[in-house]
Design a protein around this ligand. Structure first.
Ligand SMILES: Nc1nc2c(ncn2[C@@H]2O[C@H](COP(=O)(O)OP(=O)(O)O)[C@@H](O)[C@H]2O)c(=O)[nH]1
Ligand SMILES: [Mg+2]
Length: 363
């Protein structure tokens, strides 16, 4: 039986200022391209926001501008958004280091690949130098330009398919021999990287024996390593004429296939309010309620991440009993609630019959 929570993803966007996080978020949500620029000019551009898109029957929640500590708690995976033209700042490098320590699954999206100065190869090389421990960074796509040297699409180095956004509808086509030759080196590198990381004996053996692993084997190993948090896939994104966002659907597919769902997560370590240790709680709606306030508004509207159990009208929090007046579900595990009094940032929410306090979130 599939887990009731395997049909959603809870993802945070991080990266340097103006790297294109809000733009990417809106592209993923399918916001009308003409509205994108206007949205970016909004004064509220730095307010915490959550958007949800349903892709291949999976609800994907994308969180932007959230307090970083809260984001580290609430997100099951992070997307690092890095502009090809601007690179990485020291704060983003620190965040990456923290993800390494806490083994948080993540993807890297290199944005603004339409800009004249953009060079994906160079940006990948910089990232690999910067985040140099091990071969975890695996580049998955390569930009394809049209006859006018504008960004047209991407080649998927695992499948060798070309994703082409120059046609009214996105088309996915097979590479011709010319393209295969062009990507041969990058593809070999990808296969060598994934063979090193992967647990799959089949893959490692075939590479050692000098054989070409099948596309299914490569894709399966990439997805597994990415979900497990021991390889980070790098893909590109950009714009072309008529405000077409190039790379968006590829990223949505990757979120569905290569990032973990809430059921795969270890739930936080909890104790009773008096400090008595409690057994680990399973991430399941039928477990005792453990949730956390991810963002608290002055006016008693709070964004809440549910780690186990289900919300009820009466809830226990660190400072007493609270009543929920309204619930707006983003996904079944990420909800806005209006309460009869304001909640505190990072407060634990549990059921009154089994009050619990989170001790540690990422273990
Ligand atoms: N040319 C181009 N500009 C982009 C792209 N993505 C974002 N931008 C621009 O970069 C600026 C910063 O983007 P924004 O999403 O606000 O960055 P944030 O601070 O990371 O949220 C905006 O003016 C965007 O229009 C892209 O793919 N191509
Ligand atoms: Mg922004």
């Amino acid at each position: 039986m599939t887990h009731p929570w395997s049909n959603e993803r809870i993802i945070g966007l991080v990266g340097p200022q103006r790297s294109g996080k809000t733009f990417l978020l809106n592209a993923l949500l399918g916001t009308d391209p003409e509205d994108l620029e206007r949205l970016l000019e909004d004064d509220n551009a730095s307010d915490p926001s959550v958007g949800v898109v349903t892709w291949r029957d999976i609800d994907i929640a994308l969180m932007d501008n959230l307090d970083e500590e809260a984001l580290f708690h609430a997100a099951d995976a992070l997307i690092f958004v890095i502009a090809s033209s601007d690179g990485v700042d020291s704060h983003t490098a620190e965040l990456w280091q923290r993800c390494v320590e806490e083994e948080i699954p993540r993807l890297v999206v290199i944005t603004k690949l339409d800009e004249p100065r953009a060079d994906m190869d160079e940006t990948v090389a910089v990232l690999r130098r910067l985040f140099s421990e091990g071969p975890e960074l695996v580049r998955l796509t390569m930009p394809v330009l049209d006859d006018d040297e504008n960004l047209a699409g991407f080649i998927d180095l695992a499948t060798t398919e070309i994703w082409d956004w120059t046609t009214p509808e996105l088309s996915i086509i097979n590479s011709d021999p010319e393209h295969i030759a062009l990507i041969a080196e990058a593809r070999e590198e990808l296969i060598a990287d994934i063979a090193m990381i992967s647990d799959s004996d089949g893959l490692t053996n075939s590479v050692v024996l000098g054989m070409q692993p099948s596309i299914e084997t490569i894709v399966g190993a990439l997805e597994e390593a990415s979900i497990g948090g021991y390889a980070q896939l790098i893909v590109g994104h950009g714009l072309r004429e008529n405000d077409t966002a190039v790379g968006t659907e590829f990223i949505l597919d990757l979120i569905v296939d290569a990032l973990p769902d809430p059921s795969l997560r270890l739930t936080p370590v909890v104790a009773s309010p008096d400090g008595t240790a409690q057994l680990p709680i399973e991430a399941d709606p039928s477990s005792p309620l453990v949730a956390e306030v991810i963002h608290a508004d002055g006016d008693a509207l709070s964004l809440v991440r549910i780690y186990s159990g289900e919300l009820r009208k009466q809830i226990h929090t660190n400072n007493g009993m609270v009543e929920i007046q309204e619930v707006t579900e983003m996904t079944s595990n990420l909800v806005w609630i209006a309460t009869d009094r304001p909640l505190k940032q990072l407060a634990t929410i549990s059921q009154p019959s089994k009050p619990l306090i989170i001790q540690d979130v990422n273990v």
